[in-house]
Structures are given as structure tokens and as C-alpha cells.
Design a protein around this ligand. Sequence first.
Ligand code: PLP
Length: 384
Amino acid sequence: MTHLMQTYGRFPVAFVKGEGIHLYDADGRAYLDFTSGIAVTSLGHAHPNVTRAIAEQAATLLHTSNLYEIPLQEQVAGKLTALSGLDRAFFCNSGAEANEAAIKLARKYSTETYGSHKYEILTLHESFHGRTMATLTATPRPKFQEGYAPLMPGFRYVEKDLDAIKAALSDQTCAILVETVQGEGGVLPLGREFLQGLRALCDEKGILLLIDEVQTGIGRTGTLFAFEQAGILPDIVSLAKALGNGVPVGAILAKEHVAAAFTPGTHGSTFGGNPLAMAAANAVLDTIAEEGLLEHVQQMAAYLESRLDELVAAHDFILSQRGHGLIRGLLFDRPAGPLVSKCLEYGLLVLTAGEKTLRFLPPLTVTEADIDLMMQLLQEALAD
Ligand SMILES: *Cc1c(COP(=O)(O)O)cnc(C)c1O
């Protein structure tokens, strides 16, 4: 009997080792990993730069406390703010915790600036923002929310439509929280024009634009942050998944005037930004720059897109593909879950997103040969 709470439906396989895009089970069988641990191990498994950085840090100092100065935090914050155009960083340990911080900062800034009535946050249908009470409330999907009532007050859900959002705004609205690509919702990109429209609407109405880049951030779409490609700057962005290449670390970045609402004692996290996590994040950011990974992602994304187009053309049960950079979805006319199990039998790891979308999240280091092998395994699984 298992002693684990049964929160996950797990595939019957355990990996004991990883290297680059490959995972290995105890029998030494190799699996081609197009999941990256759900957009986490973006540099591939056991990247030597990250391994070295965390091994050295672990042997030196794992943890002190945010009661004391942590120079590595300053260093990573300096890199993230310079690269994003935002001004300040706060570090935590996960995506949900980053969104919690974004929600808290938005409320604190808005109620202090405009009055206690200004606390409401709008989120989109099909979104996913995490599993804590607030981020779950921000995620309007019955599957996740059922059984957890009462949810948090102060959230309202809107359709992905600028006119509908404009109509939904009230005096109480303080922020809109969106992903640039709804990853869990089915790999649904919001698109450049929509994001620009949102930015303009937020500016016009004096409300904050919060962008959840927990899945799309740190290079996945071919720029370090996906919002760059819309030519906009959010007021707060949340990050996590790929930031530590597997070491748990999350962050929010914010504009100076907004970040100023967090004063000593108003928010915190015991582990947030500890030296181990910062050593990993620091190595990840340096490696993306040193290896020219952003340009590489753009090239590989174009190649993956062209190869997936072949599948859309070849099978009438594959309806379309969509995505942005190296987060891509293949939309089926039926549930995609069984195909994920079939792919596993063939040594290929892929994901679903929503019910009918097969999701691909290869490491940013993926090569054309890896994509060709993925296509071969996927075609074998489809034929089976
Ligand atoms: C994964 C994810 C989260 C939640 O991150 P956790 O680290 O699991 O808490 C939040 N938002 C988005 C967009 C995500 O993809």
C-alpha cells in the first residue's frame, strides 16, 4: 500500500537519471523528454553549469535567512530586472507562491493608492494560476475548484475579449491577471494584439496588468519573457518553473512605484531566494545568454512547427496546432490522454493540456535531430 496521498494520476514509470533531453529508468531504457518536467528543466537534465553551481553552493552555504543580506539574490534580481525592464524582484519557491505575491502586491498597492474598495482582480476562463486558495480562486475551472468552497472573495472571471473585459471593469477592479499563453488551458496564445489592447485598457483605467509567465518565462517562447514580443511591459510578472532548472524557485518582478507597496514585514518567505535557489537561477540566466539559447529556441520552434504541420495535414483527426516558441499544442478531435500513454510505451514523454490537446515542452536545448526522433516515435504511437 502506498503512503502517499493520491493527488496525482501517475504513469507507471520511475526515472532514475537524466541527461540533456533524455531520462532513464532503472533498466537503463531511455525516454525522449518533450515535457521538461512541465517546462521546468529547460536547459535539459543535469546541465553541467547548474550542477556545478548548486554543488558548489551546497558545499558552501545552503540557507541563511531573509533576515540577513543575500548577495546572490541581489545578483539574480539585477539580471532579471535588467533583462525585463522591470525594477524590483521578490523571490519565493513556486509558481503559485509567485502569483500569490503578485495578487498581494496588486491589492496592497491599489488599496493604498486608491482606497480600500479597489481590490478586485479579473482573470480569464481557461486560465491556470496555481493551487493555493487565492491562485485556485483565480483559476475558474470547476475541476480544480470543486470541494474547496468558500473560495476567496475579490476575483471575477471574464472572457478573452477586450470589449467584454472593458464592460466587466468596475470601480473595484485593481488588476487583470493573464498568462501570455494559456498552457494548462490548452496551449492558447492570447496574441500580440490582445496583450497590447489589455495594456492600453489598463493604462486608460489605472489598473495593473499582471502577467503570469510561470510557464512561458525564462526563454520558452524565444525571448526571455513572452511579453517582450508584444512590445509591452506588465506592472508585475510572475516566474517560476524554468527559473531554477529543477531547483524550486519563483519570483515576481514589478515596476518601482508598485513594488514600493511592499515594505519591511509586509510579505515574506522563509526559503524564498535562499543561496541554493539563487545559485541555480544565476546559472540558468548565464547559460541562456552564453549558449545563445533564445535564438536557438526561435529556430527550433520554427522547425517543430513545420514538422507538426505535417501531422495536421496527414491526419483528419488532428485539427490544428498552436503555441508560441517551444510551448506547442496539437489539437485532436478526441481526448489526447490515451496517446500520451501510448507515446510512453514508445519511449516518448509528452503532455496533455486541456482534454484534447497534446502539449510539447521540449528543453530549450532541443535539436532538429531530437525533433525528428520525436516525430518518428509519435508517428509510431499514432499508428499503433
Ligand atoms: C505551473 C503554473 C503555475 C503554478 O506553479 P506551481 O509551481 O505548481 O505552483 C501557475 N501559473 C502557470 C501559468 C503555470 O503554468
